[in-house]
Design a protein around this ligand. Structure first.
Ligand SMILES: [Zn+2]
Length: 238
């Protein structure tokens, strides 16, 4: 029988196909190498990860673990073990899948409880506030909207309190309520978002209390503005 080398040597078509296939495989190997490098860096770990990820299900798991390993120490330990040994026990694989499924479910649950909310106008008012104001806030009716401290992990979000109680934050255009916040409350907040200053001033005029610090307003000019002179100055309104 003729060996395959014979065909490669004497049949140009076969040879070309084989060269192409090898090139293709080489490219796939290189791509995978890059992919795994992202996961574990250079070295023997890549061989171990590649071995483990030969199985597509394993690959999905190890990449999902990578996503959360910065804050999840279990995920981190598993990825490190794969890098070190190229394997996980069945028990570990099961635990990892269960954990990832739970995280996904929590994420989905949270999403279904989220409301789209455009707070850009509130943020615009608060952004103008004097930097000396540690937590710039604006009060409208029962609500207080405030910005987290600049170095807080929630920087860029907006906190909402209702009657002094924290009821959630707005991040990336979504309001994430804490506890059971009624649809009416959400509708009220949505209304305020349309023109927060007008709502705040209306509140100040109606109640005679400053729309920022809630202190009683005594001067007619302040009542008309709905905000006391000190707060108006801090918010860059006068
Ligand atoms: Zn005030």
């Amino acid at each position: 029988m003729l060996s395959s080398n014979f065909f490669v040597a004497f049949c140009p078509e076969t040879r070309d196909t084989r060269v192409l296939t090898e090139k293709g495989n080489e490219m796939i190997r290189e791509n995978r190498h890059e992919e795994y490098k992202v996961l574990v860096g250079e070295g023997v770990a890549i061989t171990n990860i590649a071995k483990f990820c030969d199985d597509e299900d394993n690959k999905k798991i190890v990449f999902a673990l990578k996503e959360i390993m910065s804050w999840n120490s279990f995920a981190k330990s598993l990825v490190e073990q794969v890098a070190r040994k190229g394997s996980l026990s069945d028990k570990q694989l099961f635990a990892a899948s269960a954990m990832l499924a739970k995280i996904e479910k929590n994420k989905a649950d949270r999403k279904s409880n989220m409301f789209s909310l455009d707070v850009s106008k509130i943020l615009a008012v608060l952004d103008k506030a004097d930097p000396a104001m540690k937590t710039p806030k604006i009060r409208v009716g029962d609500f207080v909207f405030s910005k987290p401290a600049p170095h807080s992990r929630n920087a860029g979000s907006l906190y909402i309190k209702q009657l002094g109680e924290y009821i959630g934050k707005v991040t990336g255009g979504y309001y994430l309520p804490v506890g059971s916040v009624s649809k009416d409350t959400v509708a009220e907040i949505q209304e305020i978002c349309k023109d927060p200053m007008e709502s705040a001033v209306a509140y100040g005029r109606r109640t005679g209390n400053c729309a920022v610090c809630a202190r009683e307003l005594t001067v007619k000019e302040s009542i008309d503005r709905g905000i006391g002179p000190i707060c108006a100055d801090k918010l860059g309104l006068i």
